[in-house]
Ligand binder design. Structure first.
Ligand code: BMA
Length: 369
């Protein structure tokens, strides 16, 4: 009886409903549908994601339909990460040399087969002219806010970003929904928007300005917003210190990498610990949770997938875990296996776990298409 009345109250409480709906109140039907589908998918398992999966891999660059994950498992990942660094300059290729025109094609293919797209943005430093990692000034965030000396430039950069995000269309002209994950790893201090480079208020203002400009001024309604910290989180208050508010975020997560000098046990312990904090915050707020970036560079552990990554996440209700890119231009910088890699067999075992979701399962579920 008590449970029934609680359910009734929850269903009728508009504030509660608003909190768990899309952050952008004018979001497109397809995007709202995708958010609902992503929530439903968390009941079935954890989606596997890979950065730049379709763009390049070990010993190949840009052939259509290729993927290291597919070469090993016969299937694509469920979540495809891409990065928009340099779109702010309308460059033809991103900071890792991936042509933006190719990304548009990939987005169409991924959408057609019912996969999930997520974009990060390693945007240059608008004040110094350096890159994302240029932390020589702690005035950059202040400078892009209204009244700041880089504000007009920043708006032009957002215009260029918005043109790209708005150009993602399927063959019927429908705007393709994507998860946009700006200002990531903000609890660290290695990007110009990081912890020691701005105040809490400035970071929150940066986030809200970005959101309002893209959804309001630029009228984009195909975006779900992901807030993701780095892994150095001490507790809920720390995690939410720079949270811009439920009306600005759809998914919350964090990035965590296994370092060469740290064992798998510490990865499992730390990811499990921080995921506990993040999933509790997500549940309270009606948001999705995810391990937005993870990995072990070069995967020098033949059992990493079932022995470390899976134990770290399996007890949590999360949407996805995404591993970073298999660089074509940086030897040894790869995070997913390829044919012949020492963790290949274990990755297939990971793929075969009933609770890991890859593209075919997502297509079969047809959750949002
Ligand atoms: C980093 C590295 C860099 C890359 C950047 C953006 O973690 O992979 O080589 O340029 O991400 O993709």
């Amino acid at each position: 009886m008590l449970a029934a009345s609680v359910m009734f109250l929850t269903a009728c409480n508009p504030a509660q409903e608003k909190r768990s709906g899309p952050a952008d109140p004018a979001v497109s039907a397809e995007t709202a549908n995708m958010l609902a589908g992503l929530k439903a998918a968390t009941e079935k398992g954890i989606m596997f994601g890979h950065q730049d999966d379709l763009s390049y891999g070990i010993d190949w660059v840009y052939p259509n339909g290729e993927s290291d994950v597919k070469r090993v498992t016969g299937d694509y990942p469920a979540v495809y990460g891409m990065d928009l660094g340099d779109i702010e300059h309308r460059a033809p290729v991103n900071l890792d040399s991936v042509p933006f025109e190719d990304m548009k094609i990939y987005a169409g293919e991924i959408w057609a087969r019912g996969g999930v797209i997520t974009f990060s943005w390693h945007v240059d430093n608008p004040l110094t002219g350096g890159d994302s990692w240029d932390v020589t000034s702690d005035r950059v965030v202040a400078s892009v806010l209204p009244g700041g000396e880089s504000h007009d430039k920043f708006k032009l950069w957002l215009d260029n970003l918005a043109d790209f995000l708005g150009s993602l269309r399927d063959e019927n002209g429908v705007a393709i929904p994507v998860i946009f994950r700006p200002w990531h790893e903000h609890t660290g201090s290695w990007f110009w928007w990081g912890q020691r480079l701005c105040t809490d208020e400035e970071f929150i203002a940066l986030w809200r300005f970005t959101f309002d400009y893209l959804c309001g001024e630029k009228n984009l309604h195909n975006l779900l917003f992901a807030y993701s910290s780095s892994g150095d989180i001490t507790g809920k208050a720390h995690y939410l210190e720079r949270y811009p508010g439920d009306g600005y975020v759809d998914l919350i997560g964090f990035d965590y990498y296994q370092m060469p000098d740290a064992g798998g046990r510490s990865f499992v312990r730390e990811v499990d610990r921080v995921m506990g904090i993040v999933t509790a915050a997500a549940a309270e707020r009606g948001k999705l949770a995810a391990l937005t970036e993870a990995g072990y560079e070069g995967i020098p552990d033949s059992l990493w997938w079932t022995g470390t990554l899976w134990p770290a996440v399996k007890n949590h209700k999360i949407s996805y875990a995404l591993v970073w890119r298999n660089a074509h231009n940086k030897p040894g910088h790869f995070y997913a296996p390829y044919p012949g890699h020492l963790s290949e067999k274990d990755f297939i075992d990971f793929y075969n776990l009933p609770e890991t979701l890859f593209q075919k399962e997502l297509t079969d579920m047809g959750l949002y298409k």
